[in-house]
Design a protein around this ligand. Structure first.
Ligand code: PMP
Length: 285
């Protein structure tokens, strides 16, 4: 995948895809001093582009480094990457990290901060789940407490347990895993937020120890515009049995209905379908 045609923006300039390399002594590789964004362009326009670039800056500050490129410059870089690769509907990945440098220990203030932006075609994140409903496993790993990990950052280090949980789920034939938090409350999937429907009202976990996704905020706004009550609250795992519908939200996942979580079943119902369709219309508006 690294040896292909195309361009990647790296530290201020477009370089050939296959030349966008880093050194093995990169600090971010050893100590997870890395933050990233996942964005989607629709018809050449990135949905909520600026908010993603701002979140990238915010995430870096949360883990104690400053990105040496302004939000405006990152916005321009993303546009350059889409243009150079002739992409219109695409996934965009911006990533910033502490590079190789004089410090190979835990501290790394002297090492340069690097930034890359790549883009590629990425279809449905969960395959045919949009129509059938995704199958989710229940993860054994829990989202850590707010004083254990900087949960507001979209930081690479937070994805170690996500990758392990997703692999375990896929080994069981599921597309993703639902993660509980350190207290045992329902938190989110490994790369998407979760919503539930009961008696015409929506319930979604309070994002007090996991990423409050841009898609999550967008969908809450869409539901409230429809006068649908949305309860952001702690959700207990034993409530799963009583929910009628469920869906995931995320930039890659968009709005994906969920058909099952472990032993629990959900219908791909009217509200899930309506919100999925409305989200698609919104991002292309
Ligand atoms: N939680 C996690 C762990 C994620 O990786 C993502 C994807 N960025 C989300 C939630 C959803 O965030 P967003 O809607 O901003 O893409």
């Amino acid at each position: 995948y690294d040896d292909r045609d195309g361009k990647i923006w790296l530290d201020g300039a477009l370089v050939a895809w296959r030349d966008a390399q880093v050194h093995v002594l990169t600090h971010g590789l050893h100590y997870a001093s890395s933050v990233f964004e996942g964005e989607r362009a629709y018809g050449g326009r990135i949905f909520e582009s600026r908010r993603h670039s701002e979140r990238l800056h915010f995430s870096a500050r949360e883990i104690d480094f400053e990105i040496p490129w302004s939000v405006d410059r990152i916005e321009a870089a993303k546009a350059e990457v889409l243009k150079a690769n002739d992409l219109s509907d695409a996934y965009v990945r911006a990533v910033a990290w502490r590079g190789a440098g004089p410090e190979m220990g835990v501290a790394s203030r002297a090492n340069p901060v690097r930034l890359a932006v790549a883009a590629w075609h990425w279809g449905n994140y969960y395959g045919d789940a949009k129509t059938k409903g995704a199958r989710l496993d229940v993860a054994k790993w829990r989202r850590p407490a707010p004083d254990t990990a900087p949960f507001r950052a979209k930081a690479a280090g937070l994805y170690m347990i996500a990758t392990m949980s997703k692999h375990a789920a896929e080994a069981k034939g599921c597309s993703d895993a639902l993660m509980m938090d350190y207290r045992g409350y329902v938190a989110e999937a490994t790369g998407a937020n979760v919503f539930f429907v009961k008696d015409g009202e929506v319930h979604t976990p309070l994002p007090d120890c996991f990423l409050d996704g841009i898609t999550r905020r967008t969908v809450i706004g869409m539901l409230r515009d429809r006068q649908i009550a949305v309860h952001e609250r702690h959700v207990m795992p034993d409530e799963l049995e009583g929910f009628e519908q469920c869906w995931l939200t995320g930039t890659a996942a968009e709005v994906t209905p969920v058909g099952e979580i472990g032993p629990y079943r959900f219908e791909v119902g009217a509200m899930a379908r309506d919100i999925a369709d409305a989200y698609e219309a919104l991002v292309r508006a």
